[in-house]
Structure formats: C-alpha cells, structure tokens
Design a protein. Structure first.
Length: 459
C-alpha cells in the first residue's frame, strides 16, 4: 500500500458480522488503537473491500502465538495441525515448537472447553491484564527470589517450572506462570482463582500454596510445594497395589476434596493425573493438584467474568459429570466432584474408565456430550469380563490376585458403591466426598454399605 493512501477493509468476526475500517499508511495491518478496545486482532480476518468473492482472505500479520493457536483449534482438525503449522510457521522454528506444545496439551486430557477459543482468548478491557506479550521466560531467569531450573509441566494457559528459592530459605519449589500470548482477562481471572483457591486450603493431601506475586510487566505467578510423585493409577499399577490399598488411597483423596468443598472450592477436573502419589515415611501419600478450572464459591473475583456458562464444558471428558457436559439447566456443584471420584474408583478397580478413551477421541463435541449424559456404563464386575484374557490377566496381576477372581471380588458392594457415585442424576449420588469415603471404609471393615440395594440389605 502506498504511503498516505487510504484503504478500506471489511473485518469479519467468527459469527460472520462485518465492520468497515479504514487505514492510512504503508502498514498492512490496522492501527492497534482502533482494535484493542473493541475486539482482539487474532480473532478476525481482514479482507480488502475490493477483494473478489471466493479468493483467500489476507491473514493479519504478523501471526502471533495466540492467533495461530486459535486458528488451529477452531478451523483445523487435529490430524491436519502438522500441515497447518508447516504453512504458517515454516520460517519461525520457535513459534512452531511453542504451538506444538500447546496443541499437544490441548489435545490431551486437558480441560475440555466447549466455549469457542476466541471467546476464551479474546477481548481485554482497559483495566484488564496487559495486552503486550510478556518477556521470554527462560531457564535460568529469575522471578522474585526464585530461579527457574527446569520446565516440569505445561498446559493451555500456564507453565509450571521447578525453581530454586534463595531467600528467606533455600529450597526447590514449583512456580506457575501464564503462558506467553495467553494474557487475557478471562485467563487472568482463572489463574487468580486458582491462586486464591490454593491459599484458602490447608490439608496434607492438597498441594500447598507457598507464595505469589506479579512481575514488573504485571504478569501473575504463584509458587507451590514441589512434588515428585506419579499419577494415582500409574502408581497403583506399577507398584501392584491390592484393591484394599487402592481404596485406602482413594479415601485420602476423598478427604482432601471434602476439605476443599468445606472451603467453598469445587475442583471440577479430578482425575488420576491430578492426584500425585509420593512416598512419605515408607507409605504412599496422594496429593491433589491443579485447581486451574476450580470454582471458588463466594470469591468476588470469579464474578467479574462469566467463566462457566450453562452450555460450557469444563473438565476432562472421561471424568466429567453430566452436568459439566451441559445437561440442561444443571450446573456443576460438589456432587460433580463426587462423580469424578467415582470414575477414578471405577478405573482403580477395572483398569478402564466408564467412557473409553477411544470413544472420546473419535467423537465430536455433541456426541461426547451425549455419551456423558445418556450412556450408562456396565458395572465394574461386568466391565472386566468383556476384556480379552490377556488384558484381564494383566489387570488382575496389577492388583496381586488371580484373573478368575477379580470379577467375583468386584461383584456386590464395590459394584454398588461405584455405580452410586457415578449416577447421571446428581441427587442420586453420594451427597459428598466424605459420604463416599465412609461407604468405602464400611466395605473395608466388612460392614453393610449404604449403597447396598434394599433387597440385599434384607438378605
């Protein structure tokens, strides 16, 4: 475009609405002041007014991490992401690597957001978080008294580093900070809600909050105790824990979640990878982590943005309650966490989840909703009998028992307890994690469980 020449562009948002904007100068993009208050640049395509219908639109340049991420998850199927990145990141190796990590995290059992990504990563208010990208966070750099040593985890919104604290004490900790390109009002509120949730709790089976702050560029961070454990199911299988030992670990997890509920915190993403097991004093100790999508009841900050609309899916599909999948007017509550604990119980007993991983990976959003809301899984004792002989043998060995006896052990009380915890109707589940834990304790003590059907009680 020639210097001083006035050009007109039609800006088209995701819903198809068009706006006519004018730009003067040689720059190919729009003046940032014209866009920053109304809508986020990566959410839009710019098309010259005289552009012929049917021709490819001109992409906004330069492509940012945020715009590439949004484009990939909203406009391209996962199996085509690699080709898409080849076309947009061919000359930017660093951006390509960053996008691969983010998309891999999004495609794993990361929190499943039905709300359009553009809405999640979109507009900022004048008083909201900074609109500039943060300075690069690199290994060896310092944030307050903490020096980053190693990246130990990364999700769609934040990255966790192992860091060394120099004062007032010397120790290694886990430091979490928002990812570059994800600094929007909603992401900041989610991040702050997680920080506040951790600060409210004090339980031996919940990761401990240690410190928090904001960088000079107004980018929030917080510090937690450093854990070296492995996911709950992985630990149980690799150490061949018996069914009794598995139930004892889950009881501790239930106690931790009960504590969170008493503090007004609903986790909403309970799953084995968010429960790490470490050895303390010669015994395994589970610790609940990752309150990134937790609902903090009564926290004023959470009311600033509607984070969980009725039609939004928040959580991990295979462990998600029907109400989290947008079942009518129901909303997630404490019994939603009970459902997720029930799914974990199902997996600890059978080696599989009620909703199979393959079903989730091949289904679309609406089909996943239907599976979660409508399909009733088989009882644990029935589920294990549908497996191949080799799989049954492996699962039984991981529980230190003979393959022919596993279904017999699960039949009865363990079937009843598990199926009560994962009822589709929240009112028919256990009323709290402590109620589920109490029934598991009754089973371990050879007492009558509350989940026992009336006919079995009479017998």
């Amino acid at each position: 475009m020639e210097p001083g020449r006035l050009s007109e562009y039609r800006v088209i948002d995701r819903s198809g609405r068009a706006k006519l904007l004018r730009s003067r100068g040689k720059d190919s993009g729009f003046p940032s002041c014209r866009l920053s208050r109304s809508f986020a640049l990566p959410v839009f395509r710019q098309i010259p007014v005289n552009h012929q219908r049917g021709a490819s639109p001109l992409e906004v340049e330069p492509r940012t991490a945020q715009s590439v991420f949004l484009d990939a998850i909203e406009n391209h199927a996962p199996e085509t992401w690699s080709q898409f990145l080849d076309s947009v990141c061919s000359e930017d190796v660093k951006l390509r690597e960053q996008m691969e990590r983010l998309l891999q995290a999004y495609d794993r059992d990361a929190p499943f957001m039905q709300k359009p990504a553009a809405e999640l990563l979109g507009n900022l208010t004048v008083d909201g978080p900074p609109q500039t990208r943060p300075e690069s966070v690199t290994i060896g750099s310092s944030i307050g008294p903490y020096t980053l040593l190693e990246k130990i985890g990364e999700g769609g919104m934040g990255t966790v580093y192992m860091a060394s604290q120099s004062k007032p004490v010397q120790r290694n900790v886990a430091l979490k900070i928002i990812n570059a390109g994800m600094h929007t009002q909603e992401v900041h509120i989610r991040f702050e809600s997680e920080r506040q949730a951790l600060a409210l709790m004090n339980h031996p089976n919940i990761v401990k909050f240690l410190d928090g702050g904001v960088t000079a560029e107004r980018h929030p961070w917080f510090v937690m105790e450093l854990l070296h454990g492995c996911p709950l199911t992985e630990y149980c299988d690799s150490h061949r824990l018996s069914v009794r030992e598995r139930l004892e670990l889950l009881i501790s997890v239930c106690d931790a979640v009960q504590h969170a509920h008493q503090k007004g915190i609903i986790h909403r993403d309970l799953k084995p990878t968010n429960v790490l097991v470490e050895i303390h004093g010669g015994s395994p100790v589970p610790t609940v982590i990752d309150f990134g999508v937790a609902k903090v009841i009564g926290l004023p900050l959470s009311d600033q943005v509607d984070l969980t609309g009725i039609h939004e899916m928040v959580g991990t599909p295979r462990y998600m309650s029907p109400e989290q999948a947008g079942a009518g007017s129901m909303v997630a509550n404490t019994r939603s966490d009970v459902y997720s604990l029930g799914v974990m119980l199902y997996e600890l007993l059978t080696g599989r989840t009620p909703l199979e991983r393959a079903s989730v990976r091949t289904a679309g959003h609406e089909e996943i909703r239907r599976l979660i809301r409508e399909v009733n899984p088989p009882r644990p004792s029935v589920s294990v009998t549908t497996l191949a002989d080799a799989a049954i043998s492996t699962i039984a060995q991981q529980r230190t028992m003979e393959s022919g006896k596993l279904d017999h052990l699960l039949r009865g009380e363990l079937d009843w307890i598990t199926m009560k915890a994962i009822k589709k109707d929240p009112s028919r589940r256990y009323g709290s994690p402590s109620s589920l834990a109490a029934d598991l304790r009754r089973y371990l003590n050879d007492e009558v469980v509350l989940a026992c059907p009336p006919s079995a009680t009479r017998k």
